[in-house]
Design a protein around this ligand. Structure first.
Ligand code: URA
Length: 203
């Protein structure tokens, strides 16, 4: 069993906060373990809680459209949420719930090792951009070590405010170029690495 699968098993039986009492299913996340792209949403909603899978409701459908716009399919990206259980009436996650869930998200990032993390919720964004506003930084990639973090509006925001649809499409449009630039950078860095010392064949 992979470490990620073990983590999912832990999440499914987690009782670290009271959200476990009201859930139908915890929603650990899903996607390929070697995905270059990781998306982090807020929390499961009604349909996600029912199915135990992230982004299966209306915002998930729009997310699929956004991905299709850059020739990507859902099963090519890793997707999860800041908290793994649905808050009652979809209220905002509370600080103690996010604290309880943080080790799970930390481990997911550790195991997946994505090249790019796309935050699609303000609670995910806050991890890297504590006091910034989404209106100012959406679509602007930030390099943090070997990782690029790209904040975006939540797809559900465009369902309530149609003018955001175009903004999201444009921001998603930046993903292929960012990945290309990161691949070029990695190639350059690898070329600069000094050759390992030659072995002497006599010994
Ligand atoms: N919204 C989220 O942030 N996450 C989901 O899984 C579904 C809707």
């Amino acid at each position: 069993m992979s470490e990620l699968t073990q983590l999912y098993d832990q999440i499914r039986v987690c009782q670290k906060c009271d959200l476990s009492k009201g859930r139908t299913n915890a929603v650990p996340g899903e996607g390929p373990e070697n995905s270059e792209i990781m998306m982090i949403g807020e929390a499961p909603g009604f349909y996600e809680d029912r199915e135990g899978r992230p982004f299966v409701g209306a915002s998930g459908k729009f997310l699929d459209e956004l991905l299709a716009g850059i020739q990507l399919k859902r099963d090519q990206i890793y997707i999860c949420n800041v908290i793994k259980c649905r808050p009652p009436q979809n209220r905002d996650p509370q600080p103690e719930e996010m604290d309880a869930c943080k080790p799970y998200l930390d481990r997911q990032i550790d195991l997946i090792k994505p090249k790019i993390i796309i935050t699609i919720s303000r609670f995910a964004m806050a991890r890297w951009f504590a006091d910034k506003k989404i209106g100012e930084i959406h679509g602007k990639p930030k390099k943090i070590g070997n990782l690029v973090v790209l904040p975006m509006y939540h797809p559900a925001a465009a369902l309530h405010q149609p003018s955001l649809k175009k903004v999201l499409q444009e921001d998603f449009g930046k993903i292929p170029q960012i990945l290309k630039e990161m691949a070029n950078l990695q190639e350059e860095q690898e070329q600069k690495k000094p050759e390992p010392p030659q072995q002497l064949s006599m010994f």
